[in-house]
Structures are given as C-alpha cells and as structure tokens.
Design a protein around this ligand. Structure first.
Ligand code: SF4
Length: 188
C-alpha cells in the first residue's frame, strides 16, 4: 500500500513537539475545531500537499538522528496513511514516534479503525485544546486536559499510563549528545 497523505508542512530538527530533535510532520485536516486553535489553517485537508509514503520516509531518513512527531491538524483524520507510514518507520528505522490528536485515548482504543496505529506510536498526546485550561508551564501540550500517554505500556496494562518524563528526558539528552558529537565529528 502506498497511498498519499495530505501534508501542510515538514519541519526538521524541532525541539518543541516531544523530547530531543524531531522531524514534525504536519497533517492537513482537523474536525475538532477547538476554540483558540494554534493553526486554524490546518482544518481544511485541501490546504495540504499530497506526499507519498515513500517520499515522507525519504525526508524522515534525511535527519538521521531525529525522531518523529505526527501533528497537524489531526493525523487521525488520515489514519490509514499515517498507520502505514508509522509501520514503515518502525520497520525501516529506529526512530520513536510521538503523535498529537484531538481524540482521547479511550475513543481511539474503542475504534478498530483508529486503534490500528497505536502499536507503532510511542507517545500519544491526546485531547482537544481547551482554551480555559491553557497552561504555558506544561511541556509539549497546550492545555491541562491533554495527556502524554505511554502507548506501549497502556496497551499492555489495558489502562492509561502516563509517559515517564524523567526516563524520556534522559533519552532526549542522549539524542542531543549524539547529535552534537556526530556534528563535531563531521566538522573535524
Ligand atoms: S485538535 Fe489541534 S489542530 Fe485540531 S482544532 Fe484542536 S488545536 Fe487545532
């Protein structure tokens, strides 16, 4: 399968969409229409440009030491394409995947169609943006209802397990160290 995905933008080496350096893929299309949304332009799937899964993988592999974040828009609006992309990322690279969505985990797990992507996702940032719960002190999310969910542990325990920030901050630190040591190696 190699269907196209409508993408608004691809940003390399971002540090705000999960720990460490990441390539953020901005999906076009979102039906949640949250008040105060950071990017209403993303709501219309027609605002994106069609990318094949092969071309997205190629772009992700260009940033050798960056992990991946699916954001948008809502990647779950094109869940079949993102499921295939996530499956290929996991089989062809050692990158971890964070995914943002306006759905909550409990909705996703109950849907056969939506939940197929979960085994390939490391951390799911779930829930709509709620302006009255906005909190700028939160990391990697905008409002306090949104959760950073460790998907692997949640699937195993059949409960929502919140991502362990300390462990991942160590990983993030390692990624940054690797990146800089490689960069200096190339410069020498
Ligand atoms: S889910 Fe995200 S992209 Fe969609 S409307 Fe809400 S804040 Fe905007």
């Amino acid at each position: 399968m190699n269907s196209n995905i409508s993408i608004l933008d691809i940003v390399h080496d971002t540090t705000v969409d999960g720990p460490g350096f990441r390539t953020a893929i901005y999906a076009a299309g979102c039906a949640h229409l949250c008040k105060g949304c950071h990017n209403p332009h993303s709501w219309d799937i027609g605002n994106g440009k069609a990318y094949s899964i092969d071309s997205l993988l190629e772009k992700l592999k260009e940033s050798e030491f960056s992990n991946v974040t699916f954001t948008g828009g809502d990647p779950f609006m094109q869940v079949e394409g993102f499921t295939e992309l996530a499956r290929r990322i996991k089989s062809e690279t050692d990158k971890n995947i964070w995914c943002y969505t306006g759905y909550i985990y409990e909705q996703i797990i109950r849907s056969e169609r939506l939940s197929r992507i979960l085994p390939y996702i490391d951390v799911l940032v779930d829930g709509r943006y709620v302006e009255s719960l906005k909190d700028e002190s939160l990391i990697f999310r905008g409002s306090s209802n949104q959760r950073l969910i460790d998907v692997g542990k949640s699937l195993k325990s059949a409960a929502v397990v919140i991502w362990n920030n300390n462990h991942c901050m160590e990983l993030s630190h390692l990624h940054i160290q690797n990146k800089f040591s490689t960069a200096s190696h190339i410069a020498i």
